[in-house]
Design a protein around this ligand. Sequence first.
Ligand code: BG6
Length: 516
Amino acid sequence: MATTQVIAPEKNAASNSERVPDPCVVVIFGASGDLTKRKLLPALYHLEQANLLPKDFAVLGVARRALETTFAPDMKEGIIAGGGVEESEAQLGPFVDRVQYFAMNFDDGDGYDALKKKLAELDGKFNTQGNRLFYLATAPEYFSDIINYLGEHKMAQPEKDKDGKTPWVHTIIEKPFGHDLESARALNDEVNKVFHEDQIFRIDHYLGKETVQNILVFRFANSIFESVWNRNYIDHVEITAAESIGIEGRGPFYEQAGALRDVVQNHVMELLSFVAMEPPISFQSEAVRVEKVKVWKAINPIKLEDTVRGQYGPSTIGGKAVPGYREEDRVSPESQTETFAALRLEIDNWRWAGVPFYIRAGKRLEKRVTEITIQFKQPPMHLFQGGECHNTEAVEPNLISMRIQPDEGISLRFGAKLPGPSMDLSPVQMNFSYADAFGKSSANGYERLLLDAMLGDGTLFTHRDGVEATWALMTPVLKAWKENPLKDLPNYAAGTWGPEAADELLASQGRKWRKL
Ligand code: BG6
């Protein structure tokens, strides 16, 4: 049953026209990988459907294998399967005609001359005017090579064209951006030698999610929440990023990553910054960035006793046997890699001092759910107890839950009087559902980020100082974990809510995770 009514008029389509980028080629390095087919091409096609792509536009997939004849049809399949698109759609054929392919080795300097020629040829064919959006979607070990070769071959800072116009070049860099503070700094140094900071778009796909952007709208476009959004009213904050899937054949990657590097350092820390930041002076990139970095810098160093790691063991889920992490393909049978991480954080600033932030993320948990819960303090006195109030235990604290995915929405829990002759209470919940209010969407989050990167708008991307601030927090934890290996791994069964120690992290302070 729908519980949300949209009162405001629907989005004015005319406003979209201001957001159409200049003619350009989107050049995807590592285009044979899953991301291009499953996310990037469907997202670009969604932009095309919304008339948000320039008329003069092309996509060039770049990878090692010779895929010249199969790439475009393969991408078409991806758009249909992953984009909620019918094969018969009139725009699909002409869009796919603009999808091209170029085979090269990323570490072969000569290949970049040929790439440059190919791009000039595409400019002639599609009138794309020398503007480029490079997208680095390769394995991270190629990031440096590609960036340096683009610099050496003068593809990063193009010269004026014959009309005296300087084309733009923007570069999206996929995560992981480094694997600790030192490597992130080194990569930043390399990137900044070749590109100006305003040409670089370090992507975190969580920031493309409507529900994540909506945290800022919820907080700063409504006046009723801001006055209670602080230590005077909030007891604690929980952030859960739970996945029910395992590592999906990504053993070699995950062995090097683990939950802290894969999800906490980036996605979860982004969520936390949106929940905790001060109102920026505008929604301009620089203003938002400054406030986010202030939050990360205000977090106290994380003590080992405020951390929990876990690794899933084998189990049976829905009648099907599921392997433990150590039994997964190309994973060491003695692996210490964590598939679950929980942390207790303290943000030592005026707004949040004394309010614990509990965060947890993991693979093979009971269900897929990403949610932020703000739990408020209990009222200052127990008015409803004794006399005609019989069920005082039903007085639950107020909660605001922001469901990032799935079943996107926000709910508010409060106490209500149970109908009847006595003063008995019951918690009730008000729900806002995105799907009920605005309809279901097949967007995957990359639409907005690709569009913003073409337009040169860095508001929803991570800047150098932000990446380094989050790595500065996580690197000591990684070091402490390495120095203190666990003997009891695996310590949770696949399909559960993680190790018991994660419950103890809250129980030791008289709290428990909200049941999701
Ligand atoms: C990626 C991680 O960044 O995010 C994956 O590398 C994870 O391991 C994924 O599964 C989760 O994204 P989403 O959008 O499904 O929550």
